[in-house]
Write a protein that binds this ligand. Structure first.
Ligand code: CU
Length: 510
């Protein structure tokens, strides 16, 4: 009897908690209003400002649904089910003590199984109808993307068929063959034929799917062996938080680049002798500065900080006072010294590494080639429709991931480990605008959370004709091409002797 009392008490307590929670919920928040983020476009990745939060858009299916469901009632119903389960528990104990069954647990379970089957299938079908168009795509803008989309669709269709058959059997058997005291279960331990069938068929199907995937993958990462014809190589450089594109200049060759050469005027670290020499001088100057600071740390540096602190104190600038105090503490406890020594060591290492390249004759010749001098560095990526394009990825700092959703392409961008991706764009930006709307643009996004401004780390990709790409390239910067001096133009110059800009550039290079 004691147990029944305890259970009933628990049941009553749960009811009180639930009613209180429900009342509080109804009073405090209208959950229906904050439950969904509304996507501007019907397809989440279409449009210039994808993923933009747009509360003004009222008629998305998500919002319509959210307003229909009163979330408070939903939570209440779920909790009521839990209470009911508790109540059934009580009946179990009553049955045990009185010896009479009040609720047939088998019957309850059997109907719950059937209900689960119907609701589950209804949910899945609802999902297919409402979001299927976001999954089963056939609007890719690249050649391999078509294969990618069809593989995705085939896999989804096959797994859906298997899902519906197996889940139907699982739940309908539980419903039809629930316990019946007049029926004896059949003992059926093993059937070799069945085992072979359900091992062999999935194995064959999966092998076909995997092989097709491998074939497509090969076309992407082993492009040189897979495709015949010219491949345009573009370097895509990632940094926190942005991208830069590097094109080969007129020589058609991308020059050597190395993170060791990166400087304020050489963001991509191209092997340009004059830049690297300037960097060496800069590094040496910085080391000298650091050494000077170390020498004067406890004298003029500390005095300066003290004076700054006093000045800030004078105008009651508490924020500055706090940060200056931190600096003073760092000087006093030796942190600043450690910092400076580490910085010197780092710079010395960089100098050593650069010199190791410069002093090795073979390395020097293979690194500092003229190829770097005419490389084009751009803030956009322009590629020609139907041409084969390889993106060579390089990262300055940490791991990023280049994601081109419309081309069904993604590749990690890893510092110190060059990666690449080859594809053939099949739809120009203008054609895509016709399909997706006038505001549409292709973008390459970062798809690896890499810091505070990760969300905005993207670069525009333009697909156009080869002639348009060439024309655009002419307008882009070649930061290391020596500009022809404003030389005195010979008074008389016949057409045949007139130097073009190009020859002037070459002369300047020599
Ligand atoms: Cu990133």
């Amino acid at each position: 009897m004691n147990t029944i009392f305890k259970k009933t008490l628990k049941f009553a307590l749960a009811l009180v908690v639930i009613f209180t929670a429900a009342t509080l919920l109804t009073d405090s928040v209208d959950i229906s209003d904050v439950s969904t983020v509304h996507l501007k476009a019907e397809k989440p990745w279409v449009g210039a400002d994808e993923y933009a939060y747009d509360p003004g858009q009222a008629d998305t299916p998500e919002k319509a649904l959210a307003s229909k469901i009163n979330w408070t009632i939903l939570i209440f119903v779920i909790l009521m089910i839990l209470v009911l389960a508790n109540a059934l528990d009580i009946s179990k104990y009553t049955a045990k003590i009185t010896g009479r069954e009040t609720v047939n647990q088998n019957n309850v379970n059997k109907w719950v199984f059937l209900l689960f089957l119907i609701l589950g299938f209804a949910g899945v079908i609802w999902e297919y109808i409402n979001h299927g168009k976001l999954i089963l795509l056939n609007d890719s803008s690249s050649e391999h993307g078509v294969a990618y989309d069809s593989m995705f669709s085939i896999t989804l269709i096959l797994t859906s068929i298997v899902f519906f058959i197996t889940q139907f059997l699982l739940f309908i058997f539980s419903f039809l063959y629930s316990y019946d005291k007049n029926r004896k279960a059949l003992y059926y331990a093993h059937n070799n034929r069945l085992e072979i069938i359900w091992t062999f068929i999935p194995a064959v199907v999966l092998t076909i799917l995997v092989l097709r995937g491998h074939q497509t993958w090969k076309s992407v990462v082993y492009a040189e062996e897979y495709h015949k014809g010219k491949i345009n190589t573009i370097e895509v450089f990632a940094y926190q938080f942005g991208w830069k594109a590097r094109y080969a200049g007129q020589d058609g060759m991308l020059g050597v680049a190395d993170y060791k050469f990166i400087s304020g005027t050489n963001e991509l670290g191209l092997a340009v002798k004059s830049e690297v020499d300037a960097l060496l001088i800069e590094l040496k100057e910085q080391i000298a500065d650091d050494q000077k600071t170390i020498k004067n740390l406890n004298t003029t540096v500390l005095d300066g900080l003290m004076a700054d602190y006093a000045a800030a104190d004078g105008v009651k600038d508490y924020k500055s006072m706090e940060s200056i105090q931190k600096e003073i503490d760092a000087v006093k406890n030796g942190d600043r010294l450690d910092e400076l020594e580490e910085s010197i060591e780092r710079k010395q290492k960089q100098i050593e590494r650069i010199l190791a390249i410069q002093n090795d004759k073979k390395l020097f010749v293979s690194t500092f080639t003229p190829a770097s001098m005419d490389d084009i560095i751009a803030q956009e990526i322009h590629i020609a429709k139907d041409s084969l394009v390889t993106f060579n990825f390089r990262s300055k700092d940490i791991i990023h991931s280049a994601w081109l959703p419309h081309f069904r392409a993604q590749m990690n961008v890893v510092p110190g480990m060059p990666t690449k991706f080859t594809f053939r764009p099949t739809k120009t930006t203008a054609e895509a605008k016709k399909e997706f709307g006038p505001e549409f643009e292709y973008y390459l996004y970062c798809n690896k959370i890499c810091g505070v401004s990760h969300f905005n780390m993207k670069i525009k990709v333009v697909v156009e004709s080869q002639a348009e790409v060439d024309a655009w390239l002419k307008t882009q910067q070649t930061p290391f091409t020596k500009k022809p001096e404003a030389a005195p133009i010979p008074a008389i110059m016949s057409d045949s002797t007139q130097m073009t800009n190009d020859t002037l550039k070459r002369v300047a290079l020599r």
